[in-house]
Design a protein around this ligand. Structure first.
Ligand code: G4P
Length: 536
């Protein structure tokens, strides 16, 4: 398949850019730390833990503010493993789950899905995987916590296939679990990786033996070994073999089992990332497709983060390099703004390893300091007019109405919301009818952050209250008359977002379904593509 041919540039060929997707508590932080440890970026491992330790109360935004230094640093972690340069992008989970979490997934070439073996597929994983599936992102699965009594591995595989609609190809298989966890069987290489102590030895290092019939193992775990033989033959008869093309198309996921906490089975998943996951691929722009090994630099912004210091309106735009090479001192052309920016404003996320950013290659992430003139989805080049596509805004799932305590501050409120909306901190909807402003988010904390920042940065004391909306859908139509009629009849449920795009705010699922049924000429979109605005 032409599309997946390895790029010729060695620096591109050895890049792997991925994110970990999981439900809170499945083990993402633990696994991240192990990866960093393997990659020798040990210092950063504490950082990840420190960040997660913030089990903040909702009102504790200032504490989060203080942690933002850490949060910026741990947003992108780079390490080397097996001659590859790996960029691990954080997907904020827990309380700071937000639209950013989804958007990070537009900047990766693969994702590692962590499933808790005691729980199976959970809600946040479903949502995140849906975003990956829309983009055909290759997924590697790690089933964690085998040292605990979990669900049967076959049942877990079936659940992943049914709920997430992706084929599973187990590459390792667990021998027992919980107190009787003996290790994992490597199906591809017909060998067994023994869980420390499972062969009766006091030695805590990991031993690898050929086949499954290692006598001390069979002596101590006769039932478990027999079960594995039966289950493996079942896997074979179900044709659950690994097929790389299907993996690269996002249709099949290789599955690994282990215990992140005990550092067991983790390297097999990491090896798969290095050996099977793709290097940066060509990326579509409105104008043309851009190949990573083209000599000229290009990249797009997928996330904007306000600076730590609320006195300064500086923001950091996270840019993923798509082609060419970024070199220190280089001028970058901001396509939408039509201006060059100075490279002194470029920061590195790799400070754990290097003092300053010297160069960056496709797949790497660089940070651009700015004062609010860069938006999510913006493209940077060395002069060419390119607009990368595929960096969408996602339909919010939670809604609140804004009420201003001091009506004289209305102007500041408008300005603050406009800027926070552009930054992607929240989505701002102005209903066609009435004056109330409606905020849309995918994570609850986003509302607290906005209220806090309105006060700290714009001097606006605003409160928010829940409002009865179920979902937002951006609406378009080929038929201008129908759209006008729709707009007239349903004005009470329509609003414009920060970019001026029209959205339908549904009060319930039946309301949304009924409206879609009644208006077949109207298209309802649950993502708004940044480039739509440019092409409109
Ligand atoms: P997250 O980032 O996905 O939210 O999960 P995290 O790694 O923080 O793990 C959540 C909890 O699960 C942690 O326990 C962690 O120690 C535990 N855990 C992770 N991997 C394994 C594993 O392989 N086996 C077992 N048994 N537990 C695992 P905690 O009590 O919340 O935190 P801590 O006190 O251990 O730090």
């Amino acid at each position: 398949m032409e599309r997946f041919t390895a790029p010729v540039t060695p620096e591109v060929a050895r890049r792997r850019t991925f994110a970990i997707i999981s439900h809170p508590d499945a083990g993402k932080t633990t696994l991240t730390e192990k990866f960093l440890l393997y990659g020798g970026a040990i210092q950063a491992a504490g950082t990840v833990k420190a960040r997660k330790s913030g089990k903040y109360a909702t009102s504790d935004w200032m504490a989060i503010e203080k942690e933002r230094g850490i949060s910026v640093a741990s947003s992108v972690m780079q390490f080397e493993y097996g001659n590859c340069v790996i960029n691990l992008l954080d997907t904020p989970g827990h309380r700071d789950f937000s639209e950013d979490t989804y958007r990070v997934l537009t900047a990766v070439d693969a994702a590692l899905m962590v499933i808790d073996s005691t729980k199976g597929v959970e809600t946040q994983t479903i949502k995140l995987l849906e975003v990956c599936r829309q983009r055909n992102t290759p997924i590697i699965t790690f089933i964690n916590k085998l040292d605990r009594e979990g669900r049967h591995p076959l049942e877990l595989i079936d659940e992943i296939e049914d709920v997430l609609n992706i084929h599973c190809a187990p590459l390792t298989w667990p021998i027992g679990m919980g107190k009787r966890f003996a290790g994992i069987y490597d199906l591809q290489r017909n060998r067994t990786i023994l869980y420390p102590g499972s062969d009766g030895s006091q030695d805590r290092s990991v031993h690898i033996v050929s086949g499954l019939d290692h006598p001390p193992l069979v002596d101590r775990f006769p039932v478990e070994v027999a079960d594995v033989k039966e289950e493996v033959s079942l896997l074979h008869s179900d044709a659950r073999e690994f097929d790389r093309d299907h993996f690269l198309e996002g249709e099949l996921t290789p599955v690994f089992f282990g215990s992140a906490m005990n550092n067991f089975g983790v390297d097999q998943a990491l090896d798969a990332l290095v050996n099977e996951a793709p290097p940066p691929r060509p990326r579509a722009a409105l104008e043309r497709e851009v190949a990573p090994d083209e000599p000229k630099f290009s990249g797009f912004v997928f996330k904007i983060q306000a600076n730590m210091d609320p006195q300064h309106r500086d923001r950091i735009a996270f840019l993923r390099v798509c082609s060419g090479r970024f070199e220190r001192g280089m001028k970058l052309f901001h396509v939408r703004g039509g201006k060059d920016i100075r490279a002194s404003q470029v920061v590195s996320f790799l400070s754990q390893r290097r003092e300053t950013l010297q160069d960056a290659w496709p797949g790497d992430i660089i940070g651009l300091l700015n004062h609010g003139n860069i938006d999510i989805g913006d493209t940077f080049t060395v002069g060419e007019t390119l607009n990368f596509v595929g960096i969408p805004y996602f339909a919010p799932e939670l809604f609140q109405a804004v009420t201003l305590r001091d009506p004289l501050k209305s102007k500041q409120l408008q300005k603050g919301l406009q800027q926070l909306g552009e930054e992607g901190a929240i989505q701002v909807f102005r209903p066609l009818v009435g004056n109330e402003v409606i905020l849309g988010a995918v994570g609850l904390l986003q509302f607290d952050v906005v209220a806090h920042r309105l006060k700290a940065e714009y001097g606006v004391d605003a409160t928010t209250r829940s409002i009865n909306f179920y979902a937002a859908r951006w609406v378009t139509s080929e038929n201008a008359n129908k759209l006008a009629e729709f707009q007239k009849q349903l004005a009470a449920n329509l609003a414009l977002d920060a970019s001026g795009s029209l959205a339908y705010l549904a009060t319930s699922r039946p309301n949304l379904e009924l409206t879609m049924e009644r208006w077949p000429d109207i298209e309802f979109h649950n993502i708004r593509e940044h480039a739509q605005r440019l092409s409109a």
